[in-house]
Ligand binder design. Structure first.
Ligand code: CTP
Length: 406
């Protein structure tokens, strides 16, 4: 049975606040991203924000009239600061200027946006703030003091990033991009099932060199492993991702170690394994590598003879980690990529590798694809997760891991 993939912000009502800053141009894109992700968006702008972008643009993108004043006569009770916050699932202020953050830190309510941040029901309407300012303003002790204060008061601060700034300088203070802000918000709403836990993930293929220009690899795209790393980070875990050669962006908040060969993957995993509580081995590690990789490119000698390629076996990374002594051994999850007899092979791997959970999938059918079907095999039996996109499945799997692992 296929699980429908709901839009990631389906059913969420977001108050999007804009304070004054050049990054208001990104807020237009962010409003679009929120709507595309299924949210309803109510834009509230400060007077300064209207100097950078018009309310007409923001209204067109959000499909709702924009609020700019607490004296807005459209509200029958004349209380937009109450009405707008009571139906909101979150307030996101993007961009948040240095002055606006100072207002929040002091609990000021001189304009509608600051007023509604103060008037929101603090327990059920979270406040997320995306700072955007010049690097000197960001690093100023007053701003840092104010940011620490709003964090202490429960706000979530998104970014800022480092990079080129509109003023021509380079440094911290750039607002996150629209898609990054959307992903942060999606992650914010995920249940924190792995809060305080740590997860090590291997992903992708490995590349076993024959000579400097050739090698043996496989069709694994790494998508499932990257989705698991992302889902674990969204669930609140500290995540390290050891990735073979793939062209995938690093999920936000995930620490990534890039490797090429199985030997490098093992060398990266071994020191990390005792530092993590959970190990998820999704990598399609090459079982064999050329026994005598050469430093120089192998050339045709004109005789028509084909070079003999001797292979030697790679270490089994998962089995090695699963055999670490108690106290150093994370709770291990293996993957079984099979072409047939999935349940039988997965159960065989459960025993052979000595791990508490094996997740089976039909490899050739899923390599490179965005959706997948997973079969969970453990000592108690088997359970199929419904077919879905890899991120939805990864979230289901993270919930299973959270429930099973000590
Ligand atoms: N694995 C590993 N190191 C290896 C081989 C596999 O860590 N050298 C892990 C994979 O990441 C996966 C699990 O072991 O979690 C099973 O991988 P798979 O390739 O399906 O199984 P193999 O042990 O290689 O067995 P076979 O190729 O015979 O199916």
């Amino acid at each position: 049975m296929a699980i429908p993939t709901p839009l990631p912000l389906h059913g969420k009502h977001i108050v999007l606040g804009l304070s004054g800053g050049v990054a208001c141009y990104k807020a237009a894109d962010f409003a679009r991203e929120l709507v595309k992700a299924g949210a309803t968006v109510q834009v509230v702008m400060t007077e300064a924000a209207t100097q950078f972008i018009t309310s007409v643009t923001m209204q067109a993108l959000s499909n709702r009239p924009v609020y700019t004043s607490q004296w807005d006569a459209r509200e029958p009770n004349h209380m937009p600061h109450i009405n707008l916050t009571r139906e909101a699932d979150a307030i996101v202020v993007a961009p948040a200027s240095a002055d606006f953050i100072a207002q929040l830190a002091q609990g000021r309510a001189g304009e509608l946006l600051a007023l509604l941040c103060l008037a929101r029901p603090i327990e059920r309407c979270p406040l997320l703030v995306a700072p955007a300012m010049n690097r000197e303003m960001w690093s100023h002790p007053a701003t840092q003091r104010n940011v620490a204060q709003i964090r202490a008061d429960g706000a979530t601060v998104l970014g800022p990033a480092a990079g080129d700034q509109a003023c021509g300088e380079t440094g911290d203070g750039r607002m996150l991009e629209a898609d990054e802000l959307r992903d942060e918000l999606v992650a914010f709403f995920q249940p924190k099932l792995l809060a305080g836990r740590s997860v090590l993930v291997t992903a992708g293929p490995t590349f076993e060199a024959i000579d400097p220009v050739r090698g043996i690899t496989n069709h694994s795209s790494g998508k499932m492993g990257f989705a698991i790393a992302r889902a674990a980070a969204e669930a609140g875990a500290r995540v390290t991702l050891v990735a073979g050669p793939v062209h995938l962006p690093t999920p936000r908040g995930v620490r990534r170690i890039d490797v090429q060969s199985a030997a490098q993957m093992l060398a990266a995993v071994l020191p990390e394994a005792p530092l993590h509580g959970i190990f998820v081995a999704t990598a399609a590690v090459a079982d064999w590598r050329p026994a005598n990789a050469t430093d120089a490119k192998i050339k045709k000698d004109g005789s028509g003879r084909v070079p003999a390629l001797a292979l030697t076996e790679n270490a089994d990374i998962l089995a090695t980690v699963a055999r670490l002594p108690a106290g150093q051994r994370p709770w291990c999850v293996g993957f079984a990529a099979e072409s047939h007899d999935l349940a039988r092979h997965a159960r065989d791997k459960l025993q052979r590798k000595g791990v508490p959970l094996v997740v089976g999938n039909l490899g050739p059918a899923t390599f490179g694809r965005d959706d997948n079907t997973l079969l969970l095999v453990d000592a108690n039996g088997e359970r199929e997760l419904p077919t879905g996109d890899k991120l939805s499945l990864a979230r289901l799997l993270v919930a299973e891991i959270a429930a099973r692992s000590p």
